[in-house]
Design a protein around this ligand. Sequence first.
Ligand code: ZN
Length: 152
Amino acid sequence: MSSLTELYQNVILEHNRSPRNYRVMDDADRQAEGNNPLCGDQLTVWLKLEGDVISDVAFQGLGCAISRASASLMTAAVKGKSRREAEELFERFRGLVTGGPSPADSETLGKLAVFSGVSQYPTRVKCASLPWHTMKAALDGAERRKGGTAEV
Ligand code: ZN
């Protein structure tokens, strides 16, 4: 096992153990539920918007280490970002986990690059991308819309 792989795994384990922004947000503007039946991952993402900026984001749910860690890192990544910036991050992340990114992309993605390894495991791609799809569904939806899917 390379030390880089080890580092990546440590980040995932750490975020799985103590996920960031893991709570119910009672006064959220937007909400979406995501479901990945292949693995059994389920989560809810809440967003608070100030104009076009994601001022707060939270999630809660049940799932494997990859989905929880990805949700944790997703919330940390999009908090304080504009809608467009969050959507761009999502596109880059999707490129990373489906194996189509340039190396430069994995650099600009920072900690999110820990998920580059999942591109080798198609079933895990859905675990890693589910929180992002759910965030996007919350962003696009009207208030309290249902709609995250496990599609890549
Ligand atoms: Zn999973």
